[in-house]
Design a protein around this ligand. Structure first.
Ligand code: PLP
Length: 377
């Protein structure tokens, strides 16, 4: 994916065909009967929620998940009435009404919330489907006590105002090499959830994010909730290619200026870089205002003319500078790639995350609204 629309200062090109293929790849390796739920919260991890939801459904996802009521509402308008949408996050009273209007499936773990939900449900004229969340070791949302989970699930199953749809949990360390803690969570979940499913056979159990899904069928249950992998990002923070996944997003800008620097000349705020010798510098009109993080200052590469070039100087809100060295072949208007490939070279979200001491999720989620998303198939 190269080429830059010369009318755009910076563009995130999202390859929806890649999202579709990534879903098909994930779906192909699921245990028999397991459904793929595509996680499209946070605007599809920065890729665009609605567009990616459509692509995921084309690729074999049969369900969608988001974090908030507003996301569920927007998504429902996009995908129509039939596709199940799960809200995974905590909801205030007002948000609960929005989620109910969206006919979303809802998480429960507190008795008070369960009661509020059951009461509100009558006013909406349908039986909301609820998923009881067990905190088996994430230490975040969910009921920690196994008997509390059983009590809530049985209460939901016997309450005519609502429908028990599932029991679920979330893993804290599925992306780590050491599986001990993960297996402890899996065992605790099985111990609590399987007997509930025996009593209420129609329900769906689910636990796996992308990393756990890639570890194999014992983590799959009735459904997996995959986010990062469907965008072609590696849940283990290394390289997505060995998993058969293709990065969907690339980030493009252009060379707005090229100038001669003499030895000792400095680029950008604070003069954090000075030319060690005479050189050529390209100015690219993008910066941390677009989500191209300032922490990458003097510490990452950019692709210009099919070559990896060091970014030099401090990243500004709207500009960065790149050392072209002695080449005089780069011209104003040429495309530059911040994430993605040019010729044989590639810069991945994982590489940028590694430089920043963060995760690939944060790189794509962090691209701001100022960056137009252009969709390709
Ligand atoms: C509860 C829950 N399930 C599933 C996911 C998807 O995780 P991943 O993007 O690692 O597949 C998330 C994402 O943060 C989550 O919060």
């Amino acid at each position: 994916m190269s080429g830059h629309d010369p009318f755009q200062r910076v563009t995130a090109i999202v390859d929806l065909g890649a999202v579709e293929r990534n879903c098909a790849t994930m779906a192909a390796d699921l245990a028999s009967g397991t459904e793929l739920c595509a996680v499209v919260k946070a605007d599809g991890y920065g890729h665009g929620m609605g567009e990616c939801a459509d692509a995921a459904l084309r690729g074999g996802a049969t369900r969608l998940a988001v974090a908030t009521a507003t996301e569920a509402f927007e998504l429902r308008e996009r995908v129509g009435a039939e596709i199940p949408i799960l809200v995974m996050g905590a909801l205030t009273g007002a948000e609960l009404d929005v989620a109910l209007q969206a006919r979303a499936e809802l998480p429960v773990w507190r008795a008070e919330f369960f009661e509020a939900l059951a009461e509100r449900a009558g006013m909406f004229g349908f039986r909301p489907r609820v998923h009881v969340k067990y905190d088996s070791g994430m230490g975040r949302l969910g009921e920690r006590e196994p008997h509390g989970v059983v009590r809530l699930a049985d209460a939901a199953a016997s309450d005519e105002r609502i429908e028990l749809a599932g029991v679920w949990t979330h893993f804290a360390t599925a992306d780590e090499d050491d599986e001990d803690y993960l297996r402890g969570q899996l065992d605790r979940f099985r111990e609590v959830a399987l007997p509930i499913q025996e009593r209420h056979p129609g329900i769906t159990l689910h636990a796996a994010n992308s990393a756990a899904t890639l570890r194999g069928p014992e983590f799959h249950f009735g459904m997996v909730r995959c986010g990062v992998a469907i965008y072609g990002l590696d849940p283990f923070g290394r390289d997505a290619a060995p998993h058969g996944l293709e990065p969907a997003l690339s980030l493009h800008t252009y060379v707005a200026d090229v100038k001669r620097f003499h030895e000792g000349d400095s680029a950008g705020y604070g003069r954090t870089w000075r030319a060690p010798a005479d050189t050529w510098i390209a100015v690219l009109p993008t910066g941390y205002g677009d989500g191209y993080r300032r922490g990458l200052s003097n510490d990452c590469d950019v692709l210009v003319g099919g070559v990896r070039r060091p970014l030099v100087g401090t990243i500004s809100m709207d500009n960065v500078t790149v050392d072209l060295g002695s080449t005089t072949e780069v011209e104003v208007g040429e495309p530059a790639v911040l994430i993605g490939s040019q010729s044989e070279e590639e810069i991945s979200a994982e590489q940028l995350a590694d430089r920043l001491g963060t995760i690939n999720y944060e790189i794509t989620c962090g691209l701001t609204r100022r960056v137009p998303r252009a969709y390709r198939n």
